[in-house]
Design a protein around this ligand. Structure first.
Ligand SMILES: Cc1cc2nc3c(=O)[nH]c(=O)nc-3n(C[C@H](O)[C@H](O)[C@H](O)COP(=O)(O)OP(=O)(O)OC[C@H]3O[C@@H](n4cnc5c(N)ncnc54)[C@H](O)[C@@H]3O)c2cc1C
Length: 482
């Protein structure tokens, strides 16, 4: 595709979405060269911002007729390079489509456009005492379309599940421009589109609208901070809570390095001497919450903690959550860049994983901060470094590769919520056989025979199937078979 062809496509797009909603100048395009995973980048050839489902459909039809790759983009907060146009082509940005179309307080549903932010849905539902339960820490910015594509979770996933558990319907534009409507009137009939599309990282089509299941806000919530002298002890205590039959709505852990960075940034009064801090939250009916709180007190009195405290007010609860929700930002005080990983291990292997990550950090002399959704074994080790130092970067990539392998070897998986994207493509062979990957490719080709819809993501090149080499970085449109 040469510049002239893109000029022609841009003109066609302008006739649909208006002149202001098509970007073709380098200075504008460069703003869309990556997502929050900044190691991989590639500037799109065109950016288009549709305003409704019909416009998305028309754009996809045009892109398809020209044989040009296209990639949906929400807020660009993804952490695996999913929205990065690694094969060039068109970035279809849905952030103008923010309408909450309807809230149904009787059936507990919300109909929304895909560009609506996660938190805007819960805000709109709050007047009916309802919320959208999946709560990624990025919820102020990340969009429902991005949440669906990545099957986003969050601190409260432990009890309430991930996005797939809260989707009732979708409008999806297939790569050939056809619109399919999966609505909540017959969700159990035929093939389960909703499960197939949720978590498919924008590789099978573009979601333009969704019907979401809303959950009642809990009658009562209790939150506690618990300090430990080792991360392993924290991991063991998490297993004890679960073994007791309690399902907290959240169990989040940070290590000493992170705790001190948060304390430097926000002076929350955290115990700087602790090696680990666990936030536990329980919610539900008053009777249940009171009973579970007593059970937790009992368990903690028989554990090796350095102390713990329940929030005494809503303000204190918000402050406790700040220790977790602002943790990644606070790490910017330690190093200019952080590479956030997303491995999962069985809960029973938490201590082993923590030990292994520490050993990998020591082996490569890389500083690693640990932040994790401890309740569901979802680890976010954050490798701290300076991206402009090529040598450091190489070491960090090696350490990251080993950490992911460690998670899989412990019986876990490559990703809990951030997706495979471009980042973990070459590690897919850790978890899947050649036959598995070929079956995924067959599904992809059924929906997208021309391989135009978010190409280069999830499935390794045929040559990489069965291999598990170090991942290359994508900083240009590389030969990805696209
Ligand atoms: C500080 C921070 C904290 C985070 N915390 C969490 C967390 O707690 N839990 C969690 O799960 N994630 C978390 N994330 C990752 C990220 O926010 C989620 O993956 C989120 O769902 C991405 O939404 P987005 O709108 O930014 O999507 P983008 O980054 O724009 O896109 C992500 C993927 O979705 C596809 N896509 C986007 N819109 C559509 C659409 N309408 N139709 C089809 N495909 C589409 C893109 O092609 C891409 O593959 C965090 C990220 C940051 C930066």
């Amino acid at each position: 595709m040469n510049k002239l062809d893109y000029k022609r496509i841009a003109d066609q797009f302008k006739s649909i979405v208006g002149v202001d909603n098509v970007l073709s100048q380098h200075i504008d395009l460069a703003l869309y060269d990556c997502d929050a995973e900044t190691l991989d980048s590639s500037i799109p050839d065109l950016v288009v911002l549709p305003g409704n489902t019909k416009e998305v459909q028309a754009i996809v039809k045009i892109a398809n007729s020209h044989g040009v790759p296209f990639t949906a983009r929400g807020a660009g907060t993804g952490l695996s390079g999913g929205a990065t146009t690694v094969c060039g082509g068109i970035s279809i940005v849905l952030t103008r489509m923010t309408k909450i179309l309807n809230i149904d307080p009787v059936h507990h549903t919300a109909s929304v456009e895909a560009g609506a932010t996660n938190s805007s849905v819960s805000q709109a539902a709050a007047i009916y005492n309802l919320c959208f339960a999946p709560d990624p820490s990025s919820q102020m910015a990340s969009t429902i379309g991005g949440n669906i594509a990545e099957n986003a979770g969050g601190p409260h996933t432990l009890k309430y599940g991930t996005t797939v558990d809260h989707i009732l319907g979708m409008k999806i534009i297939l790569p050939n421009g056809n619109l399919i409507v999966c609505n909540d009137r017959h969700p159990c009939l035929g093939l389960d589109w909703l499960s197939l599309f949720t978590g498919s990282e924008g590789t099978l089509g573009i979601v333009s609208e969704a019907i979401l299941k809303l959950s009642p806000l809990p009658e009562k919530t209790e939150t506690a901070l618990i300090y430990f002298s080792t991360l392993e002890e924290g991991g063991n205590t998490v297993s004890k809570f679960i073994a007791s039959g309690i399902i907290p709505c959240a169990m989040e852990m940070i290590d000493k390095l992170t705790l001190n960075a948060v304390e430097d940034a926000f002076a929350l009064g955290l115990d700087r001497g602790a090696e680990a801090l666990l936030i536990i939250e329980i919610d539900g009916s008053k009777i249940n919450v009171d009973r579970e709180k007593q059970q937790i007190d009992k368990i903690l009195n028989n554990c090796n903690t350095l102390g713990y405290a329940w929030a005494q007010s809503a303000t204190q609860r918000v402050a406790m959550w700040k220790a977790r929700k602002a943790a990644f930002g606070a790490l910017g005080r330690i190093a200019p860049h952080g590479y956030v990983l997303d491995g999962v291990v069985p809960r029973s292997k938490l201590s082993e994983a923590i030990k292994g990550i520490k050993e990998i950090g020591n082996k490569y002399s890389v500083t690693i901060a640990n932040i994790f959704h401890a309740g569901d074994g979802n680890l976010h080790p954050c490798l701290l470094y300076n991206q402009t130092d090529e040598k450091q970067l190489e070491i960090v990539l090696k350490a990251a590769h080993e950490i992911l392998k460690l998670c899989v070897d412990l019986g876990g998986s490559l990703t809990g919520e951030h997706g495979i994207g471009i980042e973990k493509r070459s590690a897919m062979a850790f978890s899947f056989s050649v036959a598995d990957l070929q079956a995924m490719e067959a599904v992809k080709r059924t929906f997208d025979p021309k391989l135009l819809c978010n190409p280069g993501k999830i499935i390794p090149n045929p040559g990489l199937c069965g291999e598990s080499g170090m991942r290359p970085l994508f900083r240009h449109k590389l030969a990805l078979g696209c």
